[in-house]
Write a protein that binds this ligand. Sequence first.
Ligand code: HEC
Length: 187
Amino acid sequence: MKKIVIAMTMIVCQSGIAVAADTQDRTAASRAVVKSFMQELKGELQQAMKAGGPTNAIEVCKTKAPKIAADHSNKQGWRVARTSLKVRNPGNAPDAWERKVLKSFEARKAKGEHITKMEHTEVVTQNGKQTFRYMKAIPTGQVCVNCHGAKIDAATEAKLKQVYPTDKARGFSVGDIRGAFTISQPM
Ligand code: HEC
């Protein structure tokens, strides 16, 4: 009996180690995708801002951001997206799990944690299937407040109103959590 218990314990422990290694791999892969998503989007945004200011760059955020997300999703077979507690595009609204994590990010920030490396990973059961989920906080930088800040110039404001009538992604200051990258990997 004792032997069986020891053997069982060993199996459980080893599978625990395997799960931990798998989680590490999935976290590293998520980080890599987020990094390239961020770099691609930043490049597109900077170019568009240079070419025609924020009014022009709205189009880039509207078309390129979802396209980059979709490309990464298709390539990996995952869901790769951006979300926020205050969304501009209602299509980016968080699900219940994402909302909970976004709120926990705000709580962590309030306790003094830096947001540049803030992330959360969890294995959850979704529709009866195990899914690895990853989120990484997105800080608000100087360029972001052109379109997400408290004061937005009149032409940009008019264009935003036209394209995003239900826009809530306003009033952010530099250093705020603007939102998060979010990844779901089926296991
Ligand atoms: C030129 C205007 C503009 C600038 C500058 C800008 N954004 Fe946005 N942002 C948008 C638009 C437009 C959307 C909606 C995109 C869509 O339809 O999916 C958006 C959406 C987002 C979203 C997805 C959640 C939501 O609100 O729908 C995040 C996160 C975000 N922006 C973060 C940032 C960050 C961080 C910066 C600075 C690095 C930034 N944005 C700079 C216009 C801008």
